[in-house]
Design a protein. Sequence first.
Length: 174
Amino acid sequence: MKTTTKTASSALVGVLLFLGLVPETRAQSCQINVPPTTPVQRFADHNNGTITDLATGLMWKKCLEGQQGMGCYGKPELYSWELAQQHASMVRNGRFSGYGDWRLPTVNELKTLVEQQCMEPAVNLQVFPRMLPAGLWTATAANPNAWSVDFSKGRVFQSLQQGGKYVRLVRNLR
């Protein structure tokens, strides 16, 4: 009887994780002897799905595309580079949080979100919850490749444009 209950509980937790209704366990590791490069104080959360980086003057969508809510629940979507560009255009046309100028970030803009203190993912999870240790597309391209930032360790890569990566959109404030 206890085995059945435990199995049913495990199955329920698995379903809730898949639906994004409970937080996932992260294996993020941070080195406390390394100063943080993206401290919480550097960001302003507008409580509408957007975060402003006070150091760069960029406004970011708090969640990866496909996630939603203040806690970034749900499963983020993978895109080819071309589809990521098209999706950014659709968000521009449809507006998000009252703004219609969302776009893919440049490689240099996306690198500013890398938290050098942490890995798996290399991001401040207090600012960008449920971020995956995975690659995100940038607008920077050189056919047939495009640049991406891998947030497992915060490295920049050239990837084939048809490969699948995640998307975090940005807009300029200044």
